[in-house]
Design a protein around this ligand. Structure first.
Ligand code: MLT
Length: 264
């Protein structure tokens, strides 16, 4: 476990393994520990860097946390680690940051992994819900957010049969700082629509989605696959929105197969 300071921000991150670098960005309101199984599965063949995004885990809470600010933070971390070009992947909000990063620094991306995410911006109603969530985090605390989010992000089968996954996701949410949660929720509310970026993506791309993902459903993933030239799609049967925790073995297989096709 490491932290470093870049551009005035304390960044928590893990950096394990050796080989071609793969950077994985977590979802909201989680932290880098969500990538534990993927880091273990890839560490023999790859260097896996997993930062905590702004306001999450051990990284500083900032007044604003837009997807572009998070992408700049990732770039600052890569600069510090002297990583010029990486395979970049993100789940959900991590995917929004991945799009923002690709738009800002396409030359730094060797391949993309887009898990349980989507290119669209929020609707008006979605923005209102983000503000409600921000207020709730600030006034009622993270237990209330966990109670509200768990049944939305996890598949019904996971909720019933995989108490370890439920406890793990609950713990990530309840460890979040309310201020960091509010800043990221507001940052997501103002994110730009990245739909027209998809046709410009010219690196190998893997899209992953849980078959029971209600927030970014398989239909969104299929649309992204059609829009990104040559993109592969892997559907995690029985997983919800946190497909890497709900179906780690299937998720890892998809990652390993994809990375084997990405040239060194
Ligand atoms: C996430 O998992 O990062 C969030 O559910 C993303 C979102 O709320 O749009």
């Amino acid at each position: 476990m490491s932290t470093l300071r870049a551009r005035g921000i304390e960044i928590g991150y893990d950096d394990i393994g050796e080989g071609a670098p793969v950077v994985l960005l977590h979802g909201f309101p989680f932290n880098r520990s969500m990538w534990r199984e993927q880091a273990e599965a890839l560490r023999e063949t790859h260097r896996i860097v997993t930062p905590d995004l702004l306001g999450h885990g051990e990284t500083s809470v900032t007044a604003t946390a837009t997807m572009e600010e998070m992408a700049q933070m990732v770039a600052a971390l890569l600069d510090e680690l002297q990583l010029e070009r990486v395979v970049l992947g993100g789940l959900s909000m991590g995917g929004y940051v991945t799009f923002a990063f690709y738009r800002l620094f396409p030359q730094r991306v060797r391949a993309l992994i887009l898990a349980d995410t989507r290119p669209q911006a929020d609707t008006e109603e979605g923005r209102r819900t983000r503000e409600e969530l921000a207020q709730r985090a600030l006034h009622e605390g993270m237990e209330a957010i966990a109670g509200m989010m768990l049944p939305k992000v996890l598949a019904p089968t996971t909720m019933k049969e995989n108490q370890a996954a439920v406890a793990r996701v609950r713990e990530m949410i309840t460890q979040m700082r309310p201020e960091g949660t509010a800043a990221a929720s507001r940052g997501m509310a103002v994110r730009r629509d990245q739909s027209e970026l998809l046709a410009q993506i010219n690196v190998p791309t893997l899209i992953i989605v849980g078959s029971e993902d209600k927030l970014t459903p398989p239909a969104d993933a299929e649309r992204m696959q059609r829009a990104i030239s040559g993109a592969r799609l892997a559907v995690m049967a029985g997983a919800g929105h946190v497909s890497n925790i709900e179906r780690p073995a299937d998720f890892n297989r998809a990652l390993i197969n994809f990375l084997a096709t990405v040239e060194a």
